[in-house]
Design a protein around this ligand. Sequence first.
Ligand code: ADP
Ligand code: ZN
Ligand code: ZN
Length: 693
Amino acid sequence: MGVSAPIHPGRSTRAAPTIAQVEPITTARALRGPFDYRLGEELRDEVEIGSMLVVPFGRRQMLGVVIGLGEDSEVPPERLLEPVRALELGVPAELIRLAEWIAAEYCSTFARALGLVLPPGAARRLSGRRRRAVAAPRHTSVGVPSPRPPALSDDQQAVLAPLLEALAGDDARQVLLHGVTGSGKTEIYLRAAAAALERGRGAIVLVPEIALTPQIVSRFIERFGETVAVLHSRLTAGQRYEQWRRLREGEARVCVGPRSAVFAPISGLGLIVLDEEHDSSYKHEGDPRYDAREVAAERASRSGALLLAGSATPRPESSQRMPRLELPRRVDGRPLPPVSVLDMRGSRSGLHPATAAALAKVRDDGGKAIVLLNRRGWSNFLSCRSCGRVWSCPECDVALVLHRAGGYLACHHCGHRESTPSSCPDCDSASVARHGAGTERLAHDLAGVLDDGEFPVFRLDADVLGRGASAQPGALLAEFQAARSGALIGTQMVAKGHDFPDVSLGVVLDADATLRFPDFRAEERTFALIAQLAGRAGRGGDGRVLVQTIAPEARPIRYAARHDSTGFLAEELQRRRALGYPPFGHLIRIVLGAEQASAARRAAEELRERLTVALPRAAAGPPPGLDAGPEEAATRLLGPAALFRLRGRERQVLVVKTRHRREAVAATGEAVTAVAAGRRHSGVTFSVDVDPQ
Ligand code: ADP
Ligand code: ZN
Ligand code: ZN
């Protein structure tokens, strides 16, 4: 880590600081700050932690952020330089400290964590802006409430009361809002945000993916107007900075956005909402591999804000540690739709006769249906009928997926593409078999059966979205909403929080597909996916849900069919406790990659040896499934084990399972750094993931 001096606890009432510790903002990782600069008279009163300074560095000028202030420096006075100037707007000090926490919590560096909290495009913003005193954020008054909020239901009122109480105080609080699909959680978020604003405080509203959840964004804008800033991936760099600036200067006091919005520069934060808190998009997959839900909890606790996490299918982690408020009924009083589980064992067709009949009935009645198949493409894999060759990725050990309309085979792990073969390169046979079906084929087949000109079939998956502006999810969802009848076919994207009152049928195909992943969260994911899709149906009238599976007895499927998330959570928590999985333990996953399997293996073995010594009360153990329980050892080290080859790299994985998170993260970081520094392992890459998903 780049911090050599302790961070000054804030502006003191003593003499203004003379030394600023500046972390350079650069993509050159070799440059490790902080570096000391002397503050001249006129900068002294103005610079604070988080200020952005243009500083001389060698013969160049660089942009840096102040991470500490003090009176002394180890640099001899004659060598201390002064900053050239300060930028108009800096980062709130609170976020600099949050970045420091993230670096330690997720085994990253301070410099990388800082990258998360800086103004968008900071590295390119070196010149041009004139220096001005850093103004304290102005707090605009709340105005322009356009439509009248609906009268709350009794359930909503009962839930809101304790939230308002929590918002009236300055104590940090956490609440899990466990509300069934269609129970009106968004209205609760809106009321809570209004209460925060009335107290002169700001609010952050985190949503899974803005493009897929346009409804919640428009409800916030409708209700709060100009005081809402929306951060989403389709903004240009300039627009993004403008939103950041509006928040930083207090023009906007509510920020709605995906996981990175947890870093919104709002001062006086009163509320953080985590909508659909079970959604896996809250985990960031780049370094630092932070989980926005954990960061939100930490930020809320530091700011004395309320953390309000909402879901119909909460995670075991949240349900274990957060007090819970319930919305057990839908707003309109309608029951949740009945779910039928259709046993597909022995079936050779993709659609159960009951599913085909139900879809035809929706078409004949002029209704709407949503069909979920969590697999894109036309066929899962191709094989040669005469020699058995399977088309697989040259870079990864996985089968290639056929995309028929595009005319190519694609690897869904690395993006490799090749054109669709007309014959087998090994034996020249022209007979190539296509196995399985993805959303492309399903939508095609269903359109063939159902689309009579009155019943359009829409498809929503990452491939459709890849086709550019014409197929934005918002536009597609709006088209489906506007259509008088039709079907929406797609991957998990169709199960997000959409609120279409006229969908009467929900269908899940191959519901156990997610269960087959070797992951302790497979059951939780399967349950959430089915329950969420089921939640899209019957919002404005009668509804029903069909679930096709070859594992009708599987626990998550049984519970989802009964809409019993409380029962599922209780059993899942028991299982996690027995196995020492989160929330009863923490996981750290270390993946090593190399061109040669032997090189990855050697490095992994050395890392294992080091970790065995370094980890707090480390104990080697059997693989996760065989673990006898957390009582046995507070920290266990599993692996190394081989993972499938990815992007041309052979991989090994080690997993630390621990009840001493901080110590284990620190020990892992040191061990990895030590092994990576060795010249023996120069071609090996290391990636550390705390709380892997
Ligand atoms: P959830 O997020 O819990 O699935 P939503 O927030 O999408 O549910 O609400 C479902 C529907 O109920 C929305 O159309 C919303 O506008 C409506 N709604 C919410 N609260 C009320 C209320 N108090 N009175 C009338 N309609 C409401
Ligand atoms: Zn062949
Ligand atoms: Zn690949």
